[in-house]
Each structure stands twice: as C-alpha cells, then as structure tokens.
Design a binder for this molecule. Structure first.
Ligand SMILES: *Cc1c(COP(=O)(O)O)cnc(C)c1O
Length: 452
C-alpha cells in the first residue's frame, strides 16, 4: 500500500509523461486523477473538476458508465484475451466488426482491421494503402500527402505525415515520399486569405499542383482529419472535403480519413467525413470507439480497397497485426459504448449541445488575448495571441497561459492549452448546463489571466 506522498514523489521520479519535457513535470507536478463519474473527475486530494476535454478527446460517453464497466466485467469472466492472428477469433471482436459495418454502411465500408489505438490505426491505414496498390499492379504508388497542422499519431508513419515540425524534429529522419499541403485554416494561411470558400479553393489548387509535380502514379493516399484536432480545431469550408474527394478520384488516389477524434459523433455525425457528405476509402478510428475504457484502434476499408484482397490467385497475405488486434475486453467495451452512442443518439446531441457551446464560446472574443474562437460540434479552440492585430501566437511558457489553466483548475475545471490554443473537447454527454458551468469558469480564468 502506498500513501499519497509516495504517489506524488514517485510520479516525476519514475514516469515519463507524453508531450512534455520531463524537467517541466519535475517543476510542476501533474494533477493526479483518482476517480471519475460522468463529466466530473476527482484528484487524490478529493478536489472535483469538470472535465471539459473528455480526458483526451475520447471519453465521449462520460466516466464511470456502468453499462461499459459491466460489459467489460462480464467479458472478463468469460475470456480476457485470445489472439485473432491467422485463424483464431473471439465473439466480441466479431460482433464489433459487424456493428462497424452497419454503422458505416453509408460509407460503403466492408472490412475492419483492429489494433490498440489511434497511432496503430493510422499505421495500418498507411500500410494497407501501399499493399492495395501492389495488389492492383501499381507498386510505384507509395507516397503520401497530408495537411499542414495534421496530427496522425506518433508511430514513424504517422509522424512522417504530421503537419507540425514540433512532433517531428526530435525523431527525424522520417519516411521519405511524404508531402504536406496547406490546410484550409482561415485564421493563418500563406495567402492571408480570410474567405473560407476562396481559401478552400486555393488549397485544392495547391494540391492539384503537387499531384501534377509528383505524379499521381507515385501517390498512394492522402490522409486528413475532417476537422483538424490537435492542430488547433481547424474547420474547413463545406466545399473543401467534396473538392478533395473529387480531385483525388480524378487521379485514383485513396482518401484516408483520420476519424480518431471525429469518429462516433464529435462533430455531429457518426463520422466526420459524413458531416461533409464524403465517403473516404479508409477510416482510422480509435478514441471514441470505446471512450477510452480499454485501448482500441480500428482501420476500416471500403469495398474498393477490400476488393484488392479478393482477387483469385493473387497472394495477398496481410503481414501486419498486433498481439492485441481484436482484444476481447476492448471490443466488449466498444460494443457497450456504441450501444450508448446509438441509444442516446450522441451524434445528434453533439450537434445540438455543440451549437450551444460554439455560440457561448464567442463571448470569449471580448478578451484582449483571444484572437479567434472556432469549432464545430463538441470540439472548439480559442486561439491565444499577443495582440489581435498581429495575430502573433501567445506560446508557453507564458504567465498568461499558466494563470489561465491554474485559475480554471482552482475554479473547478480541467482545461487544456496546447501551443497557443485552448482546446475544448467535452464528453458528448455534456448538457447545456455543463456548457454554462464551463463558460462561467472560463470567464473567471480569462479575467484573472488578463490581469497578470
Ligand atoms: C489521438 C489521435 C491520434 C493518435 O491516437 P493514439 O491513440 O494517441 O495513438 C491520431 N490521429 C488523431 C486525429 C488523433 O487525435
């Protein structure tokens, strides 16, 4: 048994935390969360916080959902784990695969490859897209295109298509043959174009040029998030995704939709691509698939992609897979989680409460260091700037950001600032009352930060 003193000191001593300098963890000990219920979490001192970020964009059905917990327990009593390699399987994985095909029938999805998280799901998407072209007699199609500010996890493939140097520099050299195009980011773009429709057009023209330059015959796939998440909640104009799909179709290039944040309701549709009226060829999913109760990733492929493996007399072994592909507990958690997503119609709820959230957040524009407030459904970003005119990023370490996060915490909410963006990604079970509570706390935090 350990007392709380041991837990505190042992944390910084022995454990690396993702996405932070270990020295900073030593200097500013992390908040240690011990229990949680619904949209609230509690630290080891018994303080309660509103979870405005659903932990990491993922606890969509909320914490401590008994339905999910009971499903995991029931599964654990029968079978914790058995491999799905080659020719063994387990019931929860099979049930989940059938359910995913039903949920994404409008996108014409036909098969799923399971893994243990988002980075795995992206890696699987990249590898299957390369194999697809080899099976289809175009083995020179190996290269990838992605968007500036895009985030696709941390494996070498995902890092290679990451659109932010911050995630790449320490680990280069990365995969060759990866190209970035500009993102439809109205607030910051190289053309200083502030009209979203015209910007979408400029981005697509640049993409067309790149395809011309590299040669479509060299390109396997383009990877993009329907709304860029970690990159700062960048919402494209409604013409962007249909334009993207049309352009890629013209050149036969596969469209991989990274749905790891947008999948299962966050922007108001069962998947993000559907919100834009587009059917991708491959979808990478994780996070909301089981709200983080047990690690799980899933890569879905449509009829077109799946058919490459159907060709008679073409050897097509998938020499890819994870020990925990189709983990029974993770899949049981997903089945129970998706029961809730469907029964409570969380995509529609995210659209409704999300509209209220986006409207309410606009009041933050009153603060001197708020450059832009933007978002869609249940994801939003507040862009922090040195001043509104220059739009220069207000970056950590900054006393302003420290005060903002600290004040929110002392007022009873966990908020996250990543770079110069305050990100909000609440559980999809958030109510308008929770939104009001968030805004009350944010206003207090901004008032305190503005006075530092
Ligand atoms: C979180 C995330 C990933 C990576 O998922 P992990 O489970 O952290 O490996 C990939 N893409 C997007 C868009 C994400 O938000």
């Amino acid at each position: 048994m350990q007392d709380t003193i041991d837990i505190r000191s042992a944390n910084a001593q022995h454990m690396y935390h993702p996405m932070i300098d270990p020295k900073v963890v030593q200097a500013y000990p992390p908040l240690i969360i011990e229990r949680a219920d619904g949209v609230y979490v509690q630290d080891i001192d018994g303080n309660t916080y509103l979870d405005t970020v659903a932990s990491l964009w993922n606890v969509n059905v909320g914490h401590n959902r008994r339905e999910v917990i009971e499903a995991i327990k029931a599964q654990l009593d029968k079978l914790a784990y058995y491999s799905t390699f080659q020719n063994t399987s387990n019931p929860p994985a099979i049930e989940l695969s059938a359910r995913l095909m039903r949920l994404f029938a409008p996108e014409n999805m036909r098969k799923v490859f399971f893994s243990s998280g988002g980075s795995d799901a992206v890696e699987t998407a990249l590898k299957l897209s390369r194999q697809y072209w080899k099976l289809n007699g175009q083995p020179e199609r190996t290269q990838f295109i992605s968007l500036r500010w895009g985030y696709h996890g941390v494996h070498f493939g995902g890092a290679s298509i990451n659109g932010n140097p911050m995630f790449r520099q320490a680990y280069e050299p990365l995969l060759p043959g990866c190209h970035l195009v500009e993102s439809p980011y109205t607030y910051r773009n190289p053309w200083n174009e502030s009209d979203p429709a015209r910007l979408a057009q400029l981005c697509l023209e640049q993409l067309a040029q790149l395809i011309e330059q590299v040669g479509a015959g060299q390109i396997a796939a383009l990877v993009a998030e329907p709304v860029q998440g970690a990159g700062g909640v960048i919402v494209p104009h409604e013409s962007y995704w249909p334009g993207l799909r049309a352009l890629l179709d013209q050149h036969g290039i596969l469209l991989i939709s990274d749905e790891i944040v947008t999948g299962f309701g966050r922007i108001g549709a069962m998947c993000g691509a559907r919100a834009w009226g587009v059917a991708p060829d491959i979808m990478a999913m994780a996070k909301g698939i089981n709200s983080g109760y047990v690690p799980l990733g899933a890569t879905l492929v449509n009829e077109r992609v799946a058919s490459a493996w159907d060709q008679p007399n073409v050897p097509a072994a998938m020499m890819h897979g994870y020990t925990y592909s189709g983990h029974a507990l993770a899949c049981a958690a997903a089945n129970a989680n998706l029961d809730i997503v469907e029964a409570e119609n969380l995509p529609a709820r995210a659209a409704e409460v999300g509209a209220y959230l986006q409207q309410a957040l606009q009041s933050l524009n009153a603060y001197a260091h708020v450059g832009e407030v933007r978002g869609m459904g249940m994801m939003a970003a507040v862009e922090l700037v040195k001043d509104k005119a220059s739009r220069e990023m207000l970056l950590p370490p900054s006393p302003y950001i420290q005060t903002l996060v600290g004040a929110a915490r002392s007022e009873g909410a966990i908020i996250r600032v990543q770079g110069n963006r305050l990100i909000l990604s609440p559980p999809l079970v958030f109510t308008t009352a929770h939104v009001d509570e968030t805004l009350r706390i944010l206003h207090k935090a901004f008032e305190r930060a503005e006075n530092t």
